[in-house]
Design a protein around this ligand. Structure first.
Ligand code: UDP
Length: 240
């Protein structure tokens, strides 16, 4: 079995993957399965940090469309990511993986505040660090937070675990001609507005030369395969 080519990675989990087959909230069985896959990757010797989204609980933009003040709604969305982070920590610790949650919005009775050097130290000690509350700023997304933390933590790659198995030329659910890229450049993603992450996240990864690997995390054991370069995925990098 080949070992992964990455020493340190960031895993971006959208809130939706924590719902499992449900329509809302956190499914404990799915969260436990994802935790065991993170534990498996950790056991392969890869240092891992995680950014969790909040879309399974609250999305600022959707609430703003219904009349909420946008900044206020975004703060609510960030709080949702803290709940998800605690759920992921809970599941990881249940299987003996040391985990620390760090929040971009300080809430010291709940978790650590985000301190870059401290997070680095946790990772060096083999702990998984889960970053919560996005960037701490409204009008951003957790994808941008993932790109930012990946750059700050010196990650070799950003793994985006979603419900699709890569980046397509068009929406595969609507267009029978849509095909999946094995590799695609940052510039093409931006120029063709391909649905990977928002433009600020893509630009941050491009400027810091951090490849993005998009893969389906709903498929059991896929994370380990993709980490070893064996599974189905799309890599977004400078020269594709
Ligand atoms: N959010 C924010 N600033 C950030 C990250 C997130 O305001 O830096 C808010 C925003 O309202 C967003 C919500 O938190 O809708 C949940 O995050 P996101 O939609 O990125 O989660 P995902 O789609 O990954 O589940």
């Amino acid at each position: 079995m080949s070992s992964p080519p990455y020493k340190r990675i960031l895993l971006k989990l959208s809130g939706e993957v924590l719902m499992g087959s449900g329509q809302y909230g956190i499914d404990p069985a799915t969260t436990a399965r994802i935790a065991s896959e993170i534990g498996e990757a950790r056991a392969m010797g890869v240092e891992i940090c995680v950014v969790v989204g909040g879309g399974n609980i609250f999305r600022g933009l959707a609430a703003a469309a219904k009349g909420f003040d946008r900044a206020n709604a975004d703060y609510m969305g960030m709080l949702a990511t803290v709940m998800n982070a605690l759920a992921v920590q809970n599941a990881l610790e249940a299987i003996g993986v040391d985990t620390r949650v760090q929040s971009a919005i300080p809430m010291p009775s709940v978790c650590e505040p985000y301190i870059r050097r401290r997070a680095t130290r946790h990772m060096e000690k083999g702990r998984v660090v889960v970053f919560a509350a996005g960037t701490g700023n409204p009008f951003f997304t957790t994808d941008t937070a993932a790109a930012l933390r990946a750059a700050e933590m010196g990650c070799d790659a950003l793994f985006k675990g979603t419900s699709v198995d890569g980046v397509y030329t068009a929406d595969p659910k609507r267009d029978a001609e849509a095909r999946r890229f094995e590799a695609v450049s940052f510039s093409r993603v931006l120029a063709d507005d391909l649905k990977v992450m928002d433009a600020s996240a893509i630009a941050l990864c491009r400027d810091n030369n951090i490849p993005i690997i998009v893969f389906n995390i709903r498929e059991p054991s896929n994370f380990a395969r993709v980490l070893r370069g064996e599974g189905v995925s799309t890599i977004v990098r400078e020269a594709a």
